[in-house]
Design a protein around this ligand. Sequence first.
Ligand SMILES: Cc1cc2nc3c(=O)[nH]c(=O)nc-3n(C[C@H](O)[C@H](O)[C@H](O)COP(=O)(O)O)c2cc1C
Length: 182
Amino acid sequence: MKTLIISCSLDPDSRSRQLALAAAGHLRHQQVEAMALDLRDLQLPMCDGDEAFDNPIVSELASQIRQAGSVLLATPVYNFNVSAAAKNLIELTGKAWKDKVVGFLCAAGGRSSYMSIMGLANSLMLDFRCLIIPRFVYATGADFTEGQLTNEQVLERIRELCDITIKLADAMTPVQCDTGER
Ligand SMILES: Cc1cc2nc3c(=O)[nH]c(=O)nc-3n(C[C@H](O)[C@H](O)[C@H](O)COP(=O)(O)O)c2cc1C
């Protein structure tokens, strides 16, 4: 089953997008089927709890998530949380996340916001029984040189996240197939 990588920054100079691209590159190098999506390219509506769910772009995105065994979310840290775009994505696609293996790649301004992902992680775990990979990638501006990700430790952590994602997604396949939702 494929791994979906979703970049959740709307900033044209996003650093978390670079984390996403590095993960996609590593997965493909490992001959793993990986698909990268960028929320900048999708005209997603804001979740209104009503008609937004019927939007065809939302349906297509939910279908992509449903078909994936694992999802890597690359997100900015905003206000000690994920970006509003990332949260909106989850609000819109809700049940499509059921039983997914989920990993996080975060870009932040400073080192002290490293637990900012926990609210979303808890929600995915408790609402949709996602298996959250307890190996986050967390990068700050200091890990980039002239806009390029250059910290070898972060690059290694991305590779580790990808490798454990593949193993856990394989282990979860029987559980995901048992749901009868695919
Ligand atoms: C509205 C806003 C809120 C932010 N809040 C935080 C924060 O709480 N903690 C932090 O470490 N960095 C914070 N930052 C810095 C961003 O996390 C940082 O710029 C990061 O690179 C954004 O990800 P991106 O480059 O992928 O868009 C904030 C930036 C913005 C614009």
